[in-house]
Ligand binder design. Structure first.
Ligand code: PRP
Ligand code: MN
Ligand code: MG
Length: 179
C-alpha cells in the first residue's frame, strides 16, 4: 500500500493536533445545543470517530451515505443518497462532518436538503478543503487543512475503495490511477 504513495501530505501527528483543535472549537460552539453530528459515509468515518472524541459535550450522531464519485477520481456531479438519516433534523443543530470538500457538490446538496428539512442550523466541518476545485459557491464553516489539487488518500479517503485505512494522508502516485 505504502508503495503507491508518492508523499505523505499530512502525518498522523499533524492530523491529531488539528482534530483536537477543531474539537475544542466545536465544543465551545455547540455547548448546550445537543448537536446532531452527521457523518457522510464512507470517507468521513475516520475523521468523525476522532473528532467526536475531542468534543467534550453531549452530542448525538447519525450517518448518511451519498455518492458522487463512483470508483473514479472525478466527481460526476450527480449526488445520490444511498442511505438516509434515521434521526429527524427538524429544529436540531446539525453539524455535517466531511473528509474533503472538492467540487463542493456533495456538501451543497446535503446542506440544501438539511435546510429544507428545517434544521435549526446547518454547519459543515471538513478536514480537507480543495478550494481550487470548487464548482459551486460553498465555503466550509470549519476546515482543517487547505490542500493543493493532488489526489489524496488515507484517513478515510479512498481511491477505488482502497487506502481508507492508512493512518496518514498521502498523495497517490499518478501511475496508480492512470494505468
Ligand atoms: C468524496 C469525499 C467527499 C466528496 C467530495 O466522497 O469523501 O464526500 O467526494 O467531493 P465533492 O466536493 O466534489 O462533492 P465519495 O463520493 O468518493 O464517496 P466516499 O466518501 O464513499 O469515498
Ligand atoms: Mn465522501
Ligand atoms: Mg470516494
Amino acid at each position: 500500500m505504502r508503495d503507491d504513495i508518492k508523499e505523505i501530505l499530512l502525518s498522523e501527528e499533524e492530523i491529531a493536533e488539528k482534530v483536537k483543535e477543531l474539537g475544542t472549537i466545536l465544543s465551545n460552539e455547540y455547548r448546550d445545543k445537543n448537536p446532531l453530528v452527521i457523518c457522510v459515509l464512507r470517507g468521513a468515518v475516520v475523521f468523525m470517530a476522532d473528532l467526536i472524541r475531542e468534543m467534550d459535550i453531549p452530542c448525538e450522531m447519525d450517518f448518511m451515505a451519498v455518492s458522487s464519485y463512483g470508483s473514479g477520481t472525478e466527481s460526476t456531479g450527480v449526488v445520490k443518497i444511498l442511505k438516509d438519516l434515521d434521526t429527524s433534523v427538524q429544529n436540531r443543530h446539525v453539524l455535517v462532518v466531511e473528509d474533503i470538500m472538492d467540487s463542493g457538490l456533495t456538501l451543497s446538496r446535503l446542506v440544501e436538503l438539511l435546510r429544507h428539512r428545517e434544521a435549526a442550523s446547518v454547519k459543515v466541518v471538513t478536514l480537507l478543503n480543495k478550494p481550487e476545485r470548487r464548482k459551486v459557491d460553498i465555503t466550509p464553516d470549519y476546515s482543517g487543512f487547505t490542500i493543493p489539487d493532488e489526489f489524496v488518500v488515507g484517513y478515510g479517503l479512498d481511491y477505488a475503495e482502497k487506502y481508507r485505512n492508512l493512518p496518514y494522508i498521502g498523495i497517490l502516485k499518478p501511475e496508480v490511477y492512470t494505468k
